[in-house]
Design a protein around this ligand. Structure first.
Ligand SMILES: [Zn+2]
Length: 185
């Protein structure tokens, strides 16, 4: 499979990933790959300086994937044209034209167990529905979250956790504290 995209300067916020051909809704853009590590190992790598908090990519309730540079180059948007299914398969959630920047909603990949005090980003993506501050998956407005669900663009572990919360009348279970950040729980 040839690369469907190229990395180039956005002219606004550093590098971004751009479609190099027209991509149809539902089509796979890229399966993100990297070493799967537990949260304790993520904290170790952040402490060592080989990983940044803002670059982590969650693939399980207490699992991250240490992404390669290319995967890290995809930017966030509050009105994205791509999203994840399965573990780490990035798909188009609408038709994408050649030359368009491809983005996903970072919040949709951050589990409900990650508190705002640990992971939160300010956003200036320019979308009319920009949330300005983005946090974990529970901070996504319901309507927007449903859009991702209908597009089949939520990771397996996120679907599982949302289901648990839904069955518990919208109340999150008590999660294990993040290693090294027990005071946040
Ligand atoms: Zn935004």
């Amino acid at each position: 499979m040839g690369a469907k995209f190229k990395i180039q300067d956005t002219g606004k916020y550093g590098l971004g990933v751009f479609a190099d051909e027209d991509i149809k809704k539902g089509e796979t853009i890229k399966v993100f790959d990297g070493e799967v590590i537990d949260f304790a190992e993520t904290e170790e790598r952040i402490k060592e300086g080989s990983e940044n908090r803002t670059d982590t990519f969650q693939v399980g309730l207490e699992l991250d994937m240490d992404l390669d540079e290319e995967s890290r180059s995809f930017n966030h948007s509050c009105n994205p044209n791509a999203g994840f299914r399965g573990i780490s398969e990035l798909i188009a959630i609408r038709d994408i034209k050649k030359g368009e920047e491809m983005t996903y909603d970072y919040s949709a990949t951050v589990g409900p167990n990650v508190p705002a005090s640990l992971w939160e980003m300010s956003c200036d993506c320019g979308a009319t529905n920009c949330r300005k501050i983005i946090g974990n998956v529970l901070t996504i407005p319901k309507e927007q979250l449903n859009k991702y669900r209908q597009a089949g663009a939520l990771q397996d572990y996120i679907l599982k956790e949302l289901d648990i919360i839904e069955k518990n009348n919208g109340i999150s279970p008590k999660y294990k504290p993040i290693p090294g950040h027990e005071e946040l729980s």
